[in-house]
Structure formats: structure tokens, C-alpha cells
Design a protein around this ligand. Structure first.
Ligand SMILES: Cc1cc2nc3c(=O)[nH]c(=O)nc-3n(C[C@H](O)[C@H](O)[C@H](O)COP(=O)(O)O)c2cc1C
Length: 241
């Protein structure tokens, strides 16, 4: 199984997205998958210029010369795409959206009916794989992911890919400090690893495992208190400079 993963946090491995993404990918490797991980911060991916050259002038190819030349064949061949993004203003990051927009050459311009909806047929050589979303956010409530989930499920339908689940971590800012002080949250990281194993082994991730990844880390009241204390300390330190 070929897995192609993207981490679109500008904080890369220092960020909170990586705390869920990396064990998930480790689990997939343990179960025998070949995993390639790219950080959008290190990639050069220009925004789509909307000229449809990749459909009508140079079919299957974009005229822009950047890292999409290297990524496009990998995207076409991969069995699983892992899209990892921190929640930015209720959606994915800009670099992740640029990457998604530039996938258009993988489909043909023609319209066809699929499940009674107009869609584009895949270009030859593009696998019908699975897509997994990994995200974390700063706010406490799980419904902060609703808009992103709708978006990613829609792009899976549009691109004829199977949506294979989402590893979602709300109040994601709490995870790293809790891990550092040994705050009994190792089960969350272990569930992310188990999710990776399950996806490769069983072709799907259990709801129970996904629920453990997303489980409450602390009460909303405590989270508000700790966060506000940290913000205040940071601002007080500015005045002392
Ligand atoms: C520009 C920006 C927009 C954000 N928007 C949201 C948001 O809409 N909802 C939310 O819960 N958190 C939001 N956050 C918080 C991040 O999702 C959170 O800090 C996350 O843990 C960052 O992940 P990372 O460390 O992997 O980059 C935002 C952060 C930034 C920098």
C-alpha cells in the first residue's frame, strides 16, 4: 500500500498536527505500508491560475513549473492520501488548498453522471484511492471541524475517492504540554498509531479508535483558564522587556 501524506502546518514537526499525524503514519508503516510525508512549507506549490491549460491545451499537465510536477504522479499512484492540516479560520490552511486545487490535471474536463451528480472522469493512470483527514484546532468543541469535514468529504466525492475517516483533535494546544508533563494522554497518541495500523490491516479505522483520538483532554472551563493564563503571561512578559 502506497501512502502519500501532507502536513500543512507551518510549524511542521514542532506543531500540534504532527503529534497526531506522525504516530498515525508510524502505525501505517508498522503494518507494512510505504509512507511518504511532505511538508507544504518545504514545497513550492503556486496557486492554480485558472486557465484550464491542463485540460484543454496540455492535457494532464500544468504549465507552472514547481513541485506539483514531482507530486502529481505520486498522487495518481497513491492508495491513500493523508491530508493533515491545522484548522485555520474554520478550514484548511492556504498551502493545503493550493495543493488540492492543483490536483485538477488528474481529472478530465468532460462531464459524466456519477451517483446522479455531474462529475469529471479520472484521467487514465489515476487510482481510486482513499483519503484521510488529520486535523487539530485551538478551540475546545469538536464542531469546530464541521466545515472542514464537509469540505473534505465533498472533495472526495468530487474526485471519486473514498473518505476513510478523520483524526480530529480539538483543544489541540493542550496535547503537547500534557504529554510533556506525563498528563495521562498517551492513549490519544497510541490511538492515532492504532488508527494507522487498522487502516492498512482492515482497510478502515474503527469509530472507537477515532473517538479516542478526539477524546476530551480537560474540561472546557479548565482549558479557558489555562489558555487565558498563558496569554496573559506572554503579554505581561512583553511589558517587562
Ligand atoms: C491563522 C490561524 C487561524 C486559526 N483559526 C482557528 C479556527 O478557526 N478555529 C480553531 O479552533 N483554531 C484556530 N486556530 C488555532 C490552530 O488550529 C491551533 O493553534 C492548532 O493547534 C495549530 O496546529 P499546528 O501547531 O500543527 O500548526 C487558528 C490558528 C491560526 C494561526
Amino acid at each position: 500500500m502506497k501512502v502519500l501524506a501532507f502536513n500543512s502546518s507551518p510549524r511542521m514537526d514542532k506543531g500540534n498536527t504532527a503529534l497526531i499525524l506522525n504516530p498515525f503514519l508510524e502505525g501505517m508503516r508498522e503494518a507494512g505500508a510505504g509512507v511518504e510525508l511532505f511538508y507544504t512549507k518545504k514545497l513550492k506549490i503556486n496557486p492554480c491560475q485558472g486557465e484550464f491549460n491542463c485540460w484543454l491545451k496540455t492535457p494532464g499537465k500544468c504549465w507552472q513549473k514547481d513541485d506539483m510536477d514531482m507530486l502529481r504522479p505520486k498522487l495518481g499512484e497513491a492508495d491513500v492520501w493523508v491530508l493533515a492540516t491545522p484548522l485555520y479560520v474554520d478550514g484548511m490552511t492556504g498551502p493545503m488548498k493550493n495543493l488540492i486545487d492543483r490536483i485538477i490535471p488528474l481529472v478530465q474536463p468532460f462531464f459524466e453522471l456519477r451517483d446522479d451528480r455531474i462529475r469529471h472522469p479520472a484521467r487514465e493512470g489515476t487510482k481510486r484511492g482513499k483519503t484521510v483527514l488529520v486535523s487539530n484546532c485551538g478551540f475546545w468543541e469538536m464542531d469546530n471541524f464541521d466545515a472542514l469535514l464537509v469540505h473534505v468529504k465533498a472533495l472526495c466525492k468530487n474526485g471519486n475517492r473514498e473518505f476513510a475517516g478523520a483524526l480530529l483533535r480539538s483543544h489541540g494546544e493542550a496535547l503537547r504540554p500534557m504529554l510533556e508533563i506525563g498528563g495521562l494522554v498517551e492513549d490519544v497518541v497510541e490511538a492515532a498509531r492504532e488508527a494507522g495500523r487498522q487502516l492498512v490491516r482492515d482497510g478502515k479505522i474503527s469509530t472507537e479508535t477515532l473517538n479516542t483520538v478526539s477524546r476530551e483532554l480537560m474540561s472546557r472551563e479548565d482549558y479557558i483558564q489555562v489558555a487565558n493564563q498563558n496569554f496573559q503571561q506572554a503579554l505581561d512578559a512583553l511589558e517587562k522587556k
